[in-house]
Design a protein around this ligand. Structure first.
Ligand code: FAD
Ligand code: 2HG
Ligand code: ZN
Length: 480
């Protein structure tokens, strides 16, 4: 498997005993204390099958009070735990490293309230993102968040990773859209910060600590979200560009000419296109066969069918005239629109099917972003495939290196080069996926020493024994 420097098991954590299991059964009932080997194997293994723990126990609480009781007990026994949602995380954060108890709030999947005037949704953390999208659609609203893993990821997992996704360019990050959080601390204390207000400046805004802290500070049990109304006119174009500079210029033009109706700006290079076409069933290139170097997906969302379409068409015509775009297709119906998205959203799955994959999720200034991809190709050569795609509109590159199998020699060619390069350009080594286990020891590439030290102090204050998601997020030298 992939090599990550894994620290020793922290010897201050207790080993699970049969008394512990009896205690959990007393709180949760027999059925929600899972010891079944197949279910544990799944819960121990991450989406990429790159990280594997050896937990012997999966707990499925149904209420905040149950979460509180479990954590209080684990803390008193010094039993380490891993909060797990849909287990779609890509940095090894959602699976145990050793024998940590897995806690999944997937049974807490109720919608608590929805206010049709304000668009504020309050729900339990185990709600699957796609179910929330479907629920809101029927109410005439949309989630301010969408991503390829929507069918399995939980809103609690999304909040805990501060997931970015495909619409961030339009709606901004979850730090803006999550109005409230209920979370349970390591000692079982419940923090009710489940506000539904847009404005509330009563001191420190503590809920933000739980947005993006990857289960290291508490278990998120409920959230309230500001959701925008569903607008009547959505248009999607799939375009080809011959060079990276054109993609960049196209982004500047799109922001200027499409302005407030721009709702997605994604890119992929031809290596990513090849991957998708070869590995995904029923996916085809929306453009006539011809070799293009780059592809861009542009979506607009607005309230006027005629003027939005006119705007987009004028923009595309202009882009073709000045030579930024060499070919393009506008989705003519919902099925075509879905097929454009399927192609883009399917790339991680295509890569997963193609063997070993080294993933880097980087924030890099748009101008320099593709230089890294080209340098990497030169460094690596065959038989690796360097695949680039991502949220160009947010300066977020997904650099994926696909190889026949995991290989220390390949890894040594990639790291620390990729992190040093990113750090030198003042980028982030994790734009949206988080730190998890994969990057715990790499955090200094993107955060200053004093800032990391403050993170460790906050961790110590909220979780003095370090039972919550150990070995993750913080560098291992600071985490015990
Ligand atoms: P998990 O993977 O189960 O957990 C992720 C982290 O959150 C872990 O550290 C875990 O301990 C913690 N956690 C989970 N639930 C809770 C909780 N209730 N309380 C406290 N901590 C918790 N990410 C993006 O940002 N943008 C994308 O576009 C995107 N696309 C993806 C596409 C695919 C196909 C896949 C497989 C992944 C993608 N991801 C993306 C990564 C991943 O889906 C997101 O990070 C997602 O938000 C994780 O949610 P989850 O419920 O699966 O959490
Ligand atoms: C996406 O945007 C996800 O598709 C996954 O964030 C990125 O697989 C990746 O590297
Ligand atoms: Zn992404």
């Amino acid at each position: 498997s992939a090599s990550t420097t894994v620290p020793e098991r922290n010897p201050s954590f207790s080993m699970l005993s049969s008394d512990d299991i009896e205690y959990f059964k007393g709180i949760l009932g027999e059925k929600n204390v899972v010891q079944d080997e197949d279910r544990l194997l799944t819960a121990n293994t991450d989406w990429m099958e790159k990280y594997r723990g050896s937990s012997k126990l999966l707990l499925l609480p149904k209420t905040t009070d149950e979460v509180s009781q479990i954590l209080n007990y684990c803390n008193s026994r010094c039993l380490a735990v891993v909060p797990q949602g849909g287990n779609t995380g890509l940095v090894g954060g959602s699976v145990p490293v050793y024998d940590e108890v897995i806690i999944n709030v997937g049974l807490m999947n109720k919608i608590i309230s929805f206010d049709k005037v304000s668009g504020i949704l309050v729900c339990e953390a185990g709600c699957i993102l796609e179910n929330l999208i479907t629920f809101l659609d029927a109410q005439g609203f949309v989630m301010p968040l969408d991503l390829g893993a929507k069918g399995s990821c939980q809103i609690g997992g999304n909040v805990s990773t501060n997931a970015g996704g495909l619409r961030l360019i339009r709606y901004g990050s979850l730090h803006g859209n999550i109005l409230g959080v209920e979370a349970v601390l390591a000692n079982g204390d419940v923090l009710d910060m489940l506000g539904t207000l847009r404005k509330d400046n009563t001191g420190y805004d503590v809920k933000h600590l739980f947005i993006g802290s990857e289960g290291s500070l508490g278990i998120v049990t409920k959230v309230s979200i500001l959701t925008p109304p569903k607008l009547s006119s959505v248009n999607i174009a799939f375009l080809a560009c011959e060079n990276y500079f054109s993609c960049q210029k196209l982004l500047i033009e799109a922001k200027r000419k499409l302005g407030e109706i721009l709702s997605a700006f994604e890119f992929l290079d031809n290596a990513a296109m090849d991957m998708a076409l070869n590995k995904l069933e029923g996916v085809r290139n929306p453009l006539p066969p011809s070799l293009h170097n780059f592809y861009v997906l542009i979506e607009t969302t607005g309230s006027s069918e005629s003027s939005d379409k006119e705007k987009l068409e004028a923009f595309l015509l202009h882009a073709m005239e000045i030579g930024l775009v060499s070919d393009g297709a506008l989705a003519q119906d919902i099925n075509q629109a879905l097929s454009f998205w399927r192609l883009r959203e399917g790339i991680p799955e295509a890569l997963q099917k193609s063997g070993a994959v080294y993933k880097y999720d980087l924030s890099i200034p748009v101008e320099q972003m593709y230089d890294l991809v080209e340098e990497m190709r030169t460094r690596l050569g065959a038989p690796t495939k360097v695949v680039a795609y991502g949220h160009l509109g947010d300066s977020n590159l997904h650099l994926n290196i696909s190889a026949p199998q995991y290989d220390e020699k390949i890894l040594a060619q990639i790291e620390p080069f990729v992190y040093e390069w990113t750090s030198k350009h003042r980028g982030s080594i994790s734009a949206e996926h988080g730190v998890g286990l994969m990057k715990a020891n790499k955090i200094y590439y993107s955060k200053s020493k004093n800032t990391v030290q403050l993170m460790a102090s906050i961790k110590k204050l909220l979780d003095p024994q370090g039972i919550l998601n150990p070995y993750k997020v913080l560098p291992h030298s600071l985490s015990t």
